[in-house]
Design a protein around this ligand. Structure first.
Ligand code: ADP
Ligand code: MG
Length: 320
């Protein structure tokens, strides 16, 4: 772009003119994508592991502001696993995971809420605002956005075949989503940034896996896209090869046979649920790639793993 808005056609060197031409061409290529997504809601789950690096945080924030500028309504839901883990360590509070979910006692819950609703939420809000956006940070507690119930995990011992219930403590799963506050925010020039904390009908605070939260919110908002940014290229098969696309049934099988494990379990489960709930497209992508969001939405360069297509559809939809 010419400095001070002056026309540069007579002063530009041929090389920079060509570069500018290329740039203009690339911008023009984004038009059909902008038209496709203009006015729609795109929920972006920003993974705890994908947001460690400052330059990446800046490129993520730019993408979100650009989306908003292009008429798309981005809704950011963030995690914070590594940051919570660090503070728990510093405070000498022991913590463990079951099936990718953090077992959360009262002491841990206080740290979880402090880190998610406080430090991380406000740092993302700050990063977006530094790029000229107007982000508003909330959690699932605000205006009863996310009413949750305690999660019950049952596991069957493969040897004895006895089923037991794992007590995860203050871990919740979405029960009712009241989208009002997000609707109000996203329909203006503001960008909602949501921490995955909810409350039960009794007013108890519950820690909700950020993937699960993002999926429930995307379904309730009837989002056009749910992008799950994480720290790997997508779902890997038993030979560590990237799976570009798979149906819900295949994804379930990968969880059952243990190829998908740990934090990838709630992620894949969320993708399956979101597609079944009517979200048009759900993709797991590597948030460590600069401008991962723009690459996925505004270019042909679809990366990562696309999960699910409508049941009964004759073939997978074209890569969107
Ligand atoms: P996030 O912060 O993005 O939610 P998680 O650590 O919760 O990240 O989940 C992503 C992790 O899941 C990966 O870093 C990887 O270690 C793990 N994982 C387990 N099974 C798979 C798989 N089949 N393909 C890819 N990643 C997997
Ligand atoms: Mg996770």
């Amino acid at each position: 772009m010419a400095k001070n808005g002056s026309k540069s056609k007579n002063t530009a060197k041929p090389k920079s003119g060509a570069a500018a031409q290329t740039q203009a061409k690339i911008l023009a290529q984004a038009l059909p994508y902008m038209q496709r997504y203009g006015g729609t809601t795109v929920v972006v789950k920003y993974g705890g592991h994908a947001m460690g690096d400052e330059a990446l945080a800046e490129s993520f924030a730019k993408d979100i502001v650009l989306l908003k500028q292009a008429g798309v309504n981005p809704v950011v839901v963030h995690g914070g696993g590594p940051q919570i883990g660090r503070l728990l360590d510093e405070l000498n509070i022991k913590s463990r995971f079951e099936d990718g979910l953090r077992v959360t006692d009262k002491e841990t819950l206080d740290v979880v809420e402090m880190v998610l609703s406080g430090a991380i939420n406000k740092s993302i809000v700050g990063a977006i605002n530094a790029q000229g956006g107007q982000a508003v940070g909330i959690s699932g507690k605000d205006a009863n956005l996310m009413i949750a119930r305690k999660t019950e995990r049952r596991v069957t011992d493969p040897v004895s075949n006895i089923e037991k219930i794992i007590d995860l403590g203050y871990v919740g799963e979405p029960e009712t989503v009241n989208t009002h506050i997000v609707d109000v925010i996203q329909k203006s020039d503001l960008i909602p940034v949501v921490a995955p904390i909810g409350a039960s009908t009794e007013g108890e605070t519950l820690n909700i896996n950020a993937d699960t939260f993002a999926g429930a919110l995307a379904a309730a908002l009837k989002a056009k896209r749910l992008l799950m940014l994480t720290d790997v290229d997508g779902v890997l098969d038993a030979k560590d090869k990237l799976i570009e696309q798979m149906a819900g049934t295949e994804a379930r099988a990968l969880i059952a046979n243990g190829v998908v494990s740990g934090g990838m379990i709630p992620k894949v489960e969320t993708c399956i649920d979101a597609v079944e709930s009517g979200v048009e497209g759900v993709v797991i992508i590597n948030g460590k790639v600069p401008h991962a969001v723009l690459l996925e939405l505004f270019t042909e360069h679809g990366a990562g793993t696309l999960i699910g297509w409508p049941s009964g559809a004759p073939k997978p939809p074209q890569r969107l």
